[in-house]
Structure formats: structure tokens, C-alpha cells
Design a protein. Structure first.
Lengths: 181, 456
């Protein structure tokens, strides 16, 4: 059983308004990422962000080493907020040649599930994503996976504190991953 | 059996003239050339299959490929390593579907043929179906490679029993490999987890980039360098005190600035550790020359398909998956004795620069793909590619082993790569493969040759 699918019993069911509010935040985040509006996206990230997308590996069921959760191993992302800003700096240099012409991104977000946590202002949020990228003449890349987030309510709105991203692909069937998920 | 052939055999010599400095685009495109590479190169040379740290305990295994042949690399009870084809000799089914793990045996899903960790056939489901005399189990294991050998932590294998020893195959290039593999008495290890991604390109495009192409860095990677260093671009070109070194088709291009690649990681703790702790250690262990080479702007390839950046610490293999497809497998290589915090910082630094989402890697893949894909055009691929840069800068360096050219911004190592390729494509046996300045240090522990050739 992978870590993202583990069911933690919610303390109590979240109110419908809260579920709708968080869904809208996830959709807005997806729209900002689609449009490469990264400066606005960064505003949605908490100062103590941990953004983690581990490397996937195929192992037999009997293998209980749980390597996917190991923060010391190889990863696509294992970033704090400062690390994330460095990546975004590359796009501002004007010389990130492989980003010009621009990629056409669509982030489809679904299966949104909200849970209350022991901290009143923080919510556990599960979702699934479908990332579609179109580039240049005929490039098309599709990645599917799941996310497990922690969002925090602040005076400036909901902020992403933790995100763990699991990709379905073991070998990334693309030349790169020039996207945030 | 005589092989049917349509038309005359291919004249590989017509595909390049390395004295004039050009290579045919066909070598990056032609499916028939690719098929011949599988036979002439990947079925004969020593290929990297794993690092010892990936299989530390008996039963530990990883799966990988030698050419397009899937293999299992498994640690035995006696701590030796066996490498054998990941294919059941009964009907050919793939036996192991995991990237790695620990196993007591490997069992085929199809008919339950079971093999020990050395690939030997132990038995099968409903063995009574076989009458006495039907099968000699000692003959029907998973096929082993011809030879397995290690060099300072790296495990290599070859399918060719007539291949030279691994030490002779690596030759004088061992002196350069020491900068990464023998810079500390604890040796090296790979951080856990194999990053795997696919670039639609010919495998040679990436291998020849890493062997010598410092030239692309300042242009291709301007954005990555600025992002990681807070706005600094690459240092000024130095065509005098920077070098291309190659031996037997393996090559390392490097500056002598001492810290250019280290800075690109953008991790101050790593910079401090390298400059304060590791460099003095390398100087004592390998000599001042190699402590200066380490950490400078540099890149390297071990022929045919292993590449690395000493200092930056990305280590990878380019697995051929057809003439226009390459699977990249990458790791972070560290010294076993480094503090955990430094290992962790290096892992993150490599991820952010040379992972599939890295600020440097992303600009490379797109260039390599499109440098190959244009050759689909019939007229386009009749053209030649230019490999003459720095062709007159050959240097008889008193210390540096191998074939030396001055100026890391040039095509010299790339020409050496293609020359070795041509040697192997045209050689019927290893006796026909010429020495390319590969064995002046033969029989010597390269670690102790602090002043290179001058130490002889």
C-alpha cells in the first residue's frame, strides 16, 4: 500500500463550504501553473514549504523497504521554498532556451478529498492530477499521478505547506519534467 | 550459416574523417548502423552495470541493460557479483520485473522455472513432466555474461570472453577516474534511487557531449548557471590552461580553476566541504594536479555510455533503446565517508541541476533530441557535422596521461570518441583494435602517480 493511499480517519467531516473553498484553490493553482504565472503561484506557498516528488521504483510486493517515502533518496523535487525560487529564477533569465517557444500546459485536478487535522487551521487534501504538455511541432507528454497536501489558513489566504507527489510512471516517459504539479 | 546481405558491406570508414574533422550525420540516425553497434560495440566492450553500493549484501540485486539485453546484477553469498540475462531459457520470458531488491531466487512467472542468485537453474514447477534425459539443468540456467570485474566501486561486465582485462580496457583513463572514485579512503557510493527518463535521441549524442563539450555550457546553460549561483554566468573562456584528455575513447575535459563545477551546485555547505576538507584530502591522496582538476568546470565519459561530472556529482548511463531513443539512468555519486549532511546537500544539488526537472538537464535534452531528429530528412542527412574545433591544439603534456589537447572548448575528445567507435565497428577481433594512447601507466596503481606521467 503506498503512502498516499493510506487512510487516516478524519477527526470529523469537513463542511461543504470548506471542501468547495479548497477545490477552488486547487483549480486556481492549476490555472496559474498552466499560464506560467509563477510569481502568483509562489504567493500560495507557505514559508515552511516542503515540496516532495520522490523517484518511483518498481519493487516486488514482498519488498517492505518503503523506499518511496525515504527523503534521503533520489527525487524529482525535494525542495523548500528557497529551492523552488531558484528553479523559477531560471525562467526569468531569458536564456532558458528549452522554454521558448513556451510549453502549453494543462493540469487537470480531480478526486479532491479534504480532511480536518488536529491543527484547526490546517487541512489534509488528497487529489489526483493529469498533466498534459504540448510543445513545439508535435511533442505531447502525459503524466498521471496523485498528491497529498497540507494546506494552512492564514490571513493572506490558504497556503500550501506540504505536498507529496507520486507519479504513476516508473521510468519518466519524457525527456524532462518542466512542470510543477 | 552464411548471413544474407543485401548490397555490399557498409564501409564505416566513409562515415567520418577525423583528420579533416567531420562525422556523417548517418551515425546518429541509420537503424542499420545502430544494429551493428549492438554487435560490434555493446556485445564486446566492458559496460557499467552497477555500483557496488547498490548491491551491498548477498541476494541484493538490480536489473539493468547491456545494450538492449536486459540483465540481472546480483551479489552472491561469497560476495562476488554475477551478471546474467534477465530472460528465461525455456520460452524467453522476462524473469525479474523489479528494478532492484533482495532475492533468494528468481522464479519465472510462465512455467515456474526457478534460478538461484547466480542464475543457475534449480528446478521447475511439476518437474516430473521432464523424463530422465530431457534436460540437463546445469546447462539451462540464465545465460551469464563472459566476465565481470570492478574498478574502485564500479561493476562492469562484458559478453565477450576475448575482451581485454577491465584494467587494460580503461587503461590510462584510470588516472582520471581516480578523481571521482578514489578521492578518499572510504571510496564512493551511489545515493539510493535510480532516476530514469527517456530522451528521443541517439545514445552517442549525449555520450559525446559529456566527453568533451564544454563549449555548449556557457550558451546552453546560461539560465541554469545564473539560477543556481544567484546571477553569475560561466567564467571567462580559458583556451590555455584547460584540457581535453582521452585514452582508448574514454575522455575527460576540464579546467584548472578548481571550483567552477562546485559553484554551479549552488550549495554553500558543499562548496565549503569540498574546498576545506575534500581538496586537501585529494591533494594528499592523488597529488596537487588532480586536486586542482577536481571541482573545475569538467565533464567525462567512459566509452561507450557512462558519463559523469566530477564535483557536481551526477553519474549516469545512456541506455540505447533504438537508433532514436535513449533511456537515461542517473544517480548522485558521493564519497562514503562524507558527513550525512553533505551527502544530502549533494543529492539535492544534483536533483536541482541534473535531475529530469533540473535547471541544466532540461536544456540539454531538447538540444540532443533535435540534433538527431533533423536527420530524418534524406537530404539533410547527406550533410557532414563539423568536428574540427581546436584540431591543431594537440599538446605533449609532461604530466597528463592520454591524448592531450589544450583548451577544453573544442572537439578533440569527441573525435577520440568517434575514433574509438570506428576502431570497434571495423575490428573483427580485439587484436585489431588499436591502442589509443591507453596504456603508458599499465600495471601501476594510478592513485600513487601524483604527477601523472612525470611520476613514472
Amino acid at each position: 500500500m503506498n503512502q498516499l493511499a493510506q487512510k487516516i480517519a478524519p477527526l470529523s467531516a469537513p463542511a461543504v463550504d470548506l471542501v468547495v473553498e479548497i477545490q477552488q484553490v486547487l483549480y486556481r493553482e492549476a490555472r496559474l501553473l498552466d499560464a506560467e504565472r509563477y510569481d502568483e503561484w509562489v504567493e500560495m506557498l507557505a514559508p515552511d514549504l516542503h515540496y516532495f516528488m520522490p523517484n518511483m521504483e518498481t519493487r516486488y510486493r514482498a519488498d517492505k523497504s518503503n523506499i518511496i517515502a525515504d527523503l534521503k533518496r533520489a527525487a524529482y523535487f525535494n525542495d523548500n521554498r528557497e529551492d523552488m525560487l531558484k528553479r523559477l529564477d531560471r525562467l526569468k533569465t531569458g536564456t532558458a532556451w528549452s522554454e521558448d517557444p513556451a510549453t502549453r500546459f494543462t493540469h487537470l485536478i480531480g478526486n479532491v478529498e479534504v480532511e480536518l487535522t488536529e491543527t484547526e487551521s490546517e487541512y489534509r487534501v488528497y487529489s489526483a492530477f493529469l498533466l498534459c504538455r504540448g510543445r513545439n511541432e508535435s511533442d505531447e507528454d502525459i503524466q498521471v499521478g496523485k498528491r497529498k497536501d497540507l494546506w494552512r489558513r492564514t490571513p493572506d489566504g490558504l497556503k500550501l505547506v506540504q505536498r507529496t507527489i507520486h507519479l504513476n510512471q516508473n521510468t519518466l516517459l519524457s525527456k524532462n519534467l518542466n512542470a510543477f504539479l | 550459416m552464411k548471413m544474407e546481405r543485401i548490397g555490399p558491406p557498409r564501409d564505416y570508414n566513409s562515415l567520418m574523417n577525423l583528420e579533416e574533422g567531420w562525422v556523417s550525420r548517418d551515425v546518429f540516425f541509420d537503424p542499420a548502423i545502430y544494429e551493428a553497434e549492438m554487435r560490434q560495440i555493446f556485445a564486446r566492450v566492458w559496460l557499467f552495470v552497477a555500483h557496488e553500493s547498490q548491491v551491498p549484501k548477498p541476494g541484493d540485486f538490480v536489473t539493468t541493460y547491456m545494450g538492449e539485453d536486459g540483465v540481472i546484477v546480483a551479489r552472491q553469498k561469497d560476495m562476488s557479483v554475477n551478471v546474467f540475462l534477465n530472460s528465461c531459457p525455456h520460452r524467453g520470458n522476462k524473469v525479474c520485473h523489479a528494478d532492484g531488491g533482495n532475492a533468494r531466487r528468481f522464479v519465472c512467472n510462465y512455467h515456474g522455472w526457478a534460478f538461484d542468485t547466480a542464475g543457475k537453474l534449480m528446478g521447475m514447477n511439476e518437474e516430473r513432466c521432464y523424463d530422465p534425459g530431457d534436460i540437463d539443468k546445469s546447462e539451462w540456467g540464465m545465460k551469464s555474461v563472459a566476465k565481470v570485474a570492478t574498478f574502485k566501486g564500479l561493476i562492469f561486465a562484458t559478453f565477450d570472453p576475448t575482451a581485454p582485462s577491465l584494467e587494460d580496457y580503461l587503461g590510462d583513463y584510470r588516472w582520471y577516474l581516480d578523481c571521482m572514485l578514489d578521492s578518499d579512503d572510504g571510496g564512493s557510493e551511489l545515493i539510493g534511487g535510480t532516476m530514469k527518463f527517456v530522451i528521443p535521441m541517439n545514445w552517442k549524442m549525449a555520450a559525446e557531449n559529456f566527453i568533451g563539450d564544454a563549449y555548449h555550457a556557457a550558451w546552453s546553460h546560461d539560465s541554469g548557471a545564473k539560477a543556481m549561483t544567484g546571477g553569475m554566468a560561466f567564467p571567462e573562456l580559458d583556451l590555455h590552461n584547460t584540457f581535453h584528455a582521452s585514452a582508448n575513447g574514454h575522455g575527460h575535459e576540464f579546467g584548472m580553476d578548481g571550483f567552477g563545477d562546485i559553484m554551479l551546485l549552488g550549495r554553500p555547505k558543499v562548496t565549503e566541504y569540498f574546498m576545506q576538507v575534500l581538496k586537501p584530502r585529494i591533494e594528499a591522496r592523488l597529488g596537487k594536479l588532480r586536486s586542482t582538476i577536481f571541482g573545475s568546470i569538467a565533464s567525462a565519459t567512459v566509452f561507450p555510455n557512462v558519463s559523469y561530472l566530477p564535483g557536481i556529482s551526477t553519474f549516469r548511463t545512456w541506455l540505447p533503446k533504438g537508433p532514436d531513443k535513449t533511456e537515461v539512468r542517473t544517480w548522485t555519486i558521493v564519497n562514503r565517508n562524507m558527513p550525512d549532511e553533505i551527502k544530502d546537500e549533494l543529492t539535492k544539488g544534483v536533483m536541482q541541476t541534473f535531475g529530469p526537472s533540473g535547471t541544466f538537464e532540461m536544456d540539454d535534452g531538447e538540444n540532443w533530441e533535435n540534433s538527431c531528429s533533423t536527420n530524418k530528412g534524406f537530404v539533410t542527412r547527406q550533410g557532414r557535422l563539423h568536428y574540427r574545433c581546436g584540431i591543431s591544439r594537440k599538446d605533449d603534456h609532461p604530466e597528463l596521461p592520454g591524448i592531450i589537447y589544450r583548451g577544453q572548448f573544442g572537439d578533440s575528445n569527441q573525435r577520440a570518441f568517434h575514433r574509438r567507435w570506428l576502431d570497434l565497428m571495423t575490428a573483427e577481433s580485439w587484436n585489431d583494435v588499436p591502442d589509443r594512447q591507453g596504456n603508458r601507466l599499465k600495471g601501476r596503481e594510478t592513485r600513487d602517480l601524483h604527477n601523472g606521467l612525470r611520476s613514472l
